[in-house]
Design a protein around this ligand. Structure first.
Ligand SMILES: [Zn+2]
Length: 292
């Protein structure tokens, strides 16, 4: 009896090793070229492009906070619903923090071109749906315009900007746990996210070294101007990270990862966006033939 059980037991113990061997990595840079072909197929042609930036995050969080956090969300989602996750991408809009140490603010043309060429290259490699998953608030005006600009010329791929929304139940749990009511940058919630998955990078005792209060130095009526953020938060810090907690961070990370899973699943099963784009490009090439 015993002899028959031992080989079975060994097989059971080794099975995670075998399955790990056949499991495709989600991280683009970890795939071999032959496995990349399998990954494109398994993902339904979906690749997440997580976007972050190098900028000050108070005195207590690392310069790369936005990308470190958003990659965690992307990886959690991709492991639940397979898709490819593009490597570290630190190109974005961050002129408003040029006065702070460590900011890398590339020119607008370079940011645009590197983003467009990255998408074009993904398209050339068989990716048909590119999900921009953004961790940096300074990109929030750039990305919808970038998506819109994809209609200018015919493409074989679609660019989709992931937009997480507040789930009312989770928002209520977060509100109950929160100790501050203001925020916006390196604040209680953003610090909580980093504590949840990379506590080694958080120096919470330094979070009170500078003020993250709104200094309200510009009251321009009915007008938007680039200096608005600096007018409010010259320390490039909005809120207070001193009160952050792992619980809040986990709630936010999982909420966003779960919503991203929903989007990936939808795009795997639905090609409407690609079909409509192709119809549009065809009509745009010869608008006089478009039915009036
Ligand atoms: Zn940030």
């Amino acid at each position: 009896m015993k002899k028959r059980f031992i080989p079975v037991l060994i097989l059971i113990l080794l099975s995670p090793l075998f399955s790990a061997e056949t499991e495709l990595p989600v991280q683009y840079e970890e795939l071999t070229a032959p496995d990349f072909i399998k990954a494109v197929e398994k993902s339904g042609g979906i690749c997440i492009l997580p976007l972050g930036i190098l900028e000050k995050h108070g005195a207590h969080l690392p310069l790369g906070t936005d990308l470190i956090d958003v990659r965690e969300i992307a990886l959690r989602a991709a492991k639940k619903e397979y898709c490819i996750v593009f490597p570290e991408f630190y190109f974005g809009q961050i002129f408003e923090a040029k006065h702070q140490p460590g900011t890398i603010a590339y020119s607008a043309g370079l940011v645009w071109n590197v983003l467009q060429e990255t998408c074009d290259e993904l398209g050339r490699n068989g990716i048909t749906k590119i999900l921009l998953v953004n961790g940096h608030g300074g990109n929030n005006n750039l990305l919808p315009y970038f998506c819109q600009a994809q209609l200018a010329e015919k493409k074989d791929y679609a660019v989709i900007w992931f937009r997480a929304e507040d789930d009312p139940e989770i928002a209520e749990q977060i509100t109950k746990l929160r100790k501050t009511t203001t925020g916006g940058h390196a604040d209680e919630t953003e610090t909580s996210m980093m504590i949840a998955h990379r506590p080694d990078l958080v120096y919470q005792d330094r979070a009170g070294q500078q003020s993250g209060e709104d200094q309200n130095r510009l009251n321009i009526p009915h007008g938007y101007t680039g200096i608005w953020w600096y007018a409010k938060y010259p320390n490039h810090y909005a809120g207070d990270g001193s009160y952050a907690s792992k619980e809040i961070g986990e709630l936010i990370l999982n909420q966003e990862a779960n919503q991203l899973v929903e989007l990936i699943k939808y795009l795997k099963n639905d090609d409407t966006v690609l079909k409509l784009q192709q119809k549009f490009y065809k009509e745009a090439a010869d608008p006089l033939k478009t039915k009036q």
